[in-house]
Each structure stands twice: as structure tokens, then as C-alpha cells.
Design a protein around this ligand. Sequence first.
Ligand SMILES: C[S@@+](CC[C@H](N)C(=O)[O-])C[C@H]1O[C@@H](n2cnc3c(N)ncnc32)[C@H](O)[C@@H]1O
Length: 197
Amino acid sequence: MDDAVQAVIDRVGAAAARHDAAQADRRDRWRVLEPDAGRFLWFLAQATGARGIVEVGTSRGVSTLWLADAARATGGRVTSFDTDAAAQRDAAANLAEAGLAEQVDLRLGDGGAGLAELDDGAVDLLFLDAERTEYPSWWPHPVRVLRPGGVLVADNALSHPDEIAPLERLLRRDLRAVTTIPVGKGELVAVAGERAV
Ligand SMILES: C[S@@+](CC[C@H](N)C(=O)[O-])C[C@H]1O[C@@H](n2cnc3c(N)ncnc32)[C@H](O)[C@@H]1O
């Protein structure tokens, strides 16, 4: 991990902790990815040589920073969707400060609609970190866009198991090696077979 990137992740993480502690409504919180979950994503992206990386849920860009640092190592690129323009403006500034602007394409808009526009098999690594209950309504695109051997990761498997359960059922039907890695708030992971759907 590049020291400059780590410094930005640490700064934004600390700012998020202060911000979130003052918000009564969950939706007003930044809810950035925990450091151990970020490190897991960073390792996974490099271990799988992921080049086509897609994220839904940019917020202030903490997970995007982890993924973009990995993408710089793999020669890849991160496309990150969020519906919140102010959040993505902050994320863009954080990525620029970390020297990672070139690795990331920030797209303002609904992640489900964004996934629907991607080609079959275009994605090596898909990270879902938005409104968990929406994911099933995006089907089949979260699995259709994965290349064979591509990996899907969804946050909050341990913090919100009831909300993640419908997604997990679909992944158990359509993908393989479905399991939860106990880092951060729990990362639900699955691997695409030869034909995802
Ligand atoms: C938990 S935060 C993401 C945290 C971010 N991954 C990080 O580590 O800093 C969830 C984000 O998902 C966004 N979001 C919610 N529904 C969405 C949707 N349908 N499409 C895209 N973004 C969405 C919210 O605006 C919010 O910024």
C-alpha cells in the first residue's frame, strides 16, 4: 500500500468517525469501509489480478481508494457508482490527493442501472456497498457482468445478516464458493463459474 494513499484513507476514516458519531439518521452517515475490510479488498483485487473493478456505493471514497491502489498495481481501473453528488465530489478530491484520480471513473447515478449497462463478463471484481435491500432487484446484472472466475463482494454480511440474506440466496443459486469473510462488518464473497447466469 502506497504511503500517500494510506494517509488519505486514515484521514478520511477519522473524519468519517467524527461525522457519523454526530448523525442520528443512518442515511446521513458516511459509513466508510473498515480498515481490515479495505485491506482484504485490496489484497483480493491483486491476488485475482482484477483489472475491471466496479463498485456500487462510493460515499467519500474509502473503499474506492483501496481498490484504486490495487488497480494501479494490476493495470486496471475502478468504476464507482453513487447517487450522492456531494459525496462523489469529496471522493474525487480524496482520490486526487492520493494520486489515484487516473485509476477511477466516478459515475453519478443508480448502481443497479449502471450494472445493467455493462457488457456480459466485463467485470473481474464487483463490490456492493450501497442499500443492501436493493441488490436483488438488480438481478441478473450483478452476476451477468462477472467474467468466469470473477468475484462479487458485498459488505455488511455480519452487521445486517437479515438484509443480506436475499442476496446470499441468489448468490448460492447462481455463483459458487459463497462464504462470509469475518473482516470489518463481514464481507460476503462469491465466485462466478463458467456461465454465471
Ligand atoms: C455505505 S456507503 C458507501 C461507503 C464507501 N464504500 C466507503 O467505503 O467509503 C453507501 C453509499 O451508497 C450510496 N447509494 C445508495 N443507494 C445507491 C444506489 N442505488 N446506487 C448507487 N449508490 C447508492 C449512498 O449514497 C452512499 O454514499
